[in-house]
Design a protein around this ligand. Sequence first.
Ligand code: CA
Length: 328
Amino acid sequence: MYKLFILTLAVLNFNLSSLAAQNTVIEKSKIVIAHRGASGYLPEHTLAAKAMSYAMRPDFIEQDLVLSKDNIPIVIHDVFLDDVTNVAEVFPEKSRENGRFYVIDFTYDELQQLEVYERFNTKTKKAVYPGRFPFKKSRFKLHSLQEEIELIQGLNKSTGNNIGIYPEIKNPNFHLKNGKDISIIVLKILNDYGYRSKSDHCILQCFDHNELERIRVKLKSELYLTQLIEFPSEIKNIGQIARYANAIGPSINQVFTKDKTGKITYSALVKKAHNIGLKVHAYTFRKDVLGNFKTFEEMLQQGFINADLDGVFTDFPDIVISYVNAKP
Ligand code: CA
């Protein structure tokens, strides 16, 4: 009887603590975001790369979003199709004047006819990361935001985990020029799938400051928002960013700098952000693009520990998760 009581308490306790963990995952001290899925191992943004990253148990899996001609958000890194698919062979007549092929000129059904490859240079036709998944091998397809959410929510159900999504609104101005309001379409889908507030395991990101502010103020989203930052000059507006966003997402070039002796050190950016209540999730940690670092471990040490980042976007979630778990 006593044993049963203890067991019941233990189960109750477990349930309570896992509930608490569910509500605080976004505020967790070090979060790992699978950048375009497990893109270090499989072609970026394919469902295979997402399923593989899921099995590594990151905190979040990222989705970059561009609308199709029929207004379906496609999970793809750029407005272009020609550097990750065989579009130039399947629809040679559909390029624009600059010779490039745009997601927005194709319906979802047309996009389904394309094969997805490892990212490649459109001029040299060579893979950007030659050490990764073999170029043009196996079979991968494009998919919608809805299909990816259903994969992640399905795995959350079947495995009992609670991994979040980290969607990015791509080029809102480009979409507007093509007559489409991508944010309204994406917010509706997120809402339909239960992502509505800061505790819903969804972080919405965008490089466009005006658009992210609009998402908070005019479109009244209560989601956790990350303002992506491409250029150091954008940091001048950090006080304004804190009014509508919960985190900033700078590139690692803004987090790390080299001092006069050539030693890598970190900038004041993270501290500055923390002082006004913003978390910092930096991109992109790649073990095959080390920049000034000698090892990936050194890069993680400098980022997570020395610079005190709250989260990192990485193509190699398994390595970063092992690193985080090994730290006290
Ligand atoms: Ca992205």
